[in-house]
Design a protein. Structure first.
Length: 564
């Protein structure tokens, strides 16, 4: 049951707690009215915005569980020298106060396990745009509650390196707009979306030179340029700066460009920055996923922050334990069936839960089977007019019911295994449906794949532009025994800088973001994904069933859980 204080008493209590005038050495209050987010709110009355509204009669209050967090976006880089936490009775005994420039990498300002409650005025020293309070132990049975979360300091006056090119106007020698790269305009290089790109046009043949430039909106001092290349990269190019978009000065040049991600330290002053390519890596043109310019000055548009990183193993935020009665289908509030023929030259028809049932022993069974009467379990194909499907199976996803970014995702599974079977537990970018972003630009995270022709192996693989399909970035794990011999826990721990894949706690494959970007291609995993479970028959990788194939085959799931 929620707690309530009479509003008059609440205001008096808050007034008694808050010291609105900062210590003399502190800078001005810079957090009031700024955007703020939180892990939870008790209800709409106690929203996170109440902690930065300057109103002594309003407060933010979280749900009654650990951990929780609240984060303020100061809008620009600031030097922070004081933070005031004005607690309601429901204070924090243990918390960490941190600051970040990008909402991703954090510097700790203060940590305690003996929080006194009341009003805490904390002298700190840090620089960044985001200030975050991670709350890990409550002082009461209630949640956490702040009358005010106040940050004091001095906003940046132009001395901190900032992303200047986000959302800015660009121009180019040409741009591609065809089936291979529709609307690959210059703006796509400045949108901080690693799955969209600028490319030169093929209309008149891919030729040299090719260039792209950005208008920073005002004169800037440029200190760094990041180029995330598509495989069509420049082996020879210059980085130039201009005051008028006509007369250019060179900041950097190379004849040995290596593609992938290049982070270049430069020095120049001007309003316009240009990449001018003179030699191509292959028979195509020039193409950049991202062209990022950093420095001071200009007229920067703040880029949206990344979602907050989780802590591992984290708190359980979603699960299905599959404890329904025998014969019942998947929980419709959590899963939707994908119905129809498969992809990748698979041979099964995915049914409307005819092949997905609880066994009554705490498991969900996805069964792949050969139909005794071909066509009896599938409708007539509208293209071929045929109603024949020799194999049926099940594929489920959580899209629109549970989409999420980052966390520990795990499932305990006893895989199916015979020639021609392909069970999988994986994640797909939600923008595949939400924005019609094509694969692999939406991103795919394969936590577990198994093909029956390799009985002892399981695979974990990433797919994105630059590395996908048979060229996906991944690793096999030889279990030393058949994968189908026992239940096993397959998991990934995923945040903004890495993914670590494990089987039964054995961490066998880690993907480092920086290494991936500099050797394979863009990282496209900072947005919501959803879960998919399927038990495929045939396909390009496992091949078709053969003389030794044994059907039906069950993929058995004990649980699926997500922690953040």
């Amino acid at each position: 049951m929620s707690r309530r204080l009479p509003m008059v008493a609440a205001a008096l209590t808050a007034a008694a707690l808050i010291v609105p005038v900062p210590a003399q050495a502190a800078g001005p209050l810079i957090s009031q009215g700024r955007p703020v987010t939180a892990s939870t709110s008790e209800n709409a009355v106690f929203a996170a915005t109440a902690a930065v509204d300057g109103d002594l009669g309003t407060r933010w209050s979280s749900e009654f569980r650990d951990p929780q967090w609240i984060q303020i976006d100061l809008g620009t880089t600031a030097k922070v020298d004081q933070v005031t936490l004005a607690w309601e009775t429901a204070s924090a005994k243990a918390y960490t106060l941190s600051i970040s420039q990008d909402g991703n990498t954090w510097q700790e300002l203060r940590r305690t396990t003996t929080g006194p409650g009341g009003t805490e005025t904390l002298a700190v020293n840090g620089q960044g745009r985001y200030v975050r309070l991670d709350l890990t132990q409550r002082a009461t049975q209630w949640g956490y509650s702040l009358w005010e979360f106040q940050v004091f300091g001095t906003r940046d006056t132009g001395n901190a390196e900032t992303l200047l090119s986000y959302g800015k106007t660009g121009s180019a020698s040409t741009f591609q707009d065809d089936g291979a790269c529709p609307q690959c305009t210059p703006a796509k290089a400045f949108d901080r979306d690693p799955a969209t790109r600028w490319a030169t046009s093929a209309t008149n043949g891919w030729v040299d030179p090719g260039w792209i430039s950005v208008d920073l909106g005002a004169t800037a001092t440029i200190s760094k340029v990041v180029l995330q290349w598509d495989p069509a990269y420049a082996t020879a190019y210059k980085l130039e700066v201009s005051d008028d978009n006509a007369n250019w000065r060179e900041m950097y040049s190379t004849t040995t460009g290596r593609g992938f991600k290049e982070t270049l330290t430069v020095s120049g002053t001007g309003r316009y920055v240009r990449m001018y390519g003179t030699a191509r890596s292959n028979g195509y043109g020039y193409s950049l996923w991202e062209f990022q310019v950093y420095g001071t000055g200009g007229n920067p548009t703040p880029a949206p922050p990344l979602p907050p990183n989780p802590t591992f193993p984290g708190r359980l935020v979603w699960s299905d334990e599959f404890n329904a009665a025998a014969g019942t289908g998947p929980d419709a509030s959590k899963w939707q069936p994908e119905i129809g023929p498969g992809v990748n030259n698979e041979l099964q028809y995915y049914t409307n839960n005819n092949n997905a049932r609880h066994d009554g022993n705490g498991n969900l069974v996805l069964q792949a089977r050969r139909e005794v009467t071909p066509g009896s379990a599938c409708p007539v194909d509208p293209v071929s007019g045929s109603g024949t499907c020799q194999y049926t199976s099940a594929r489920l996803n959580t899209h629109g019911k549970f989409d999420f970014t980052y966390g520990r995702v795990e499932a305990r599974i006893k895989v199916s295994s015979t020639q021609g079977l392909w069970p999988a537990f994986w994640l797909l970018g939600a923008d595949f449906f939400d924005k019609r972003t094509p694969w692999p630009a939406c991103g795919e995270i394969d936590i577990m794949e198994h093909v029956g022709k390799e009985p002892n192996n399981v695979y974990s693989t990433l797919h994105a532009p630059g590395y996908y399909g048979a060229g996906g970035f991944g690793s096999p794990l030889n279990l030393g025994q058949p994968a189908s011999s026992a239940f096993r826990t397959f998991a990934v721990e995923w945040d903004s800088s890495h993914m670590t894949f494990s089987v039964d706690g054995n961490r066998f494959f880690t993907v480092d973001r920086a290494q991936l970007e500099s050797t394979r291609g863009p990282w496209v995993y900072d947005h919501p994904f959803f879960i998919i479970l399927n038990n495929a028959v045939g396909g390009d990788w496992p091949g078709p069933p053969g003389a030794g194939t044994q059907l039906p085959q069950d993929m058995i799931l004990d649980y699926v859980r997500v922690y953040q």
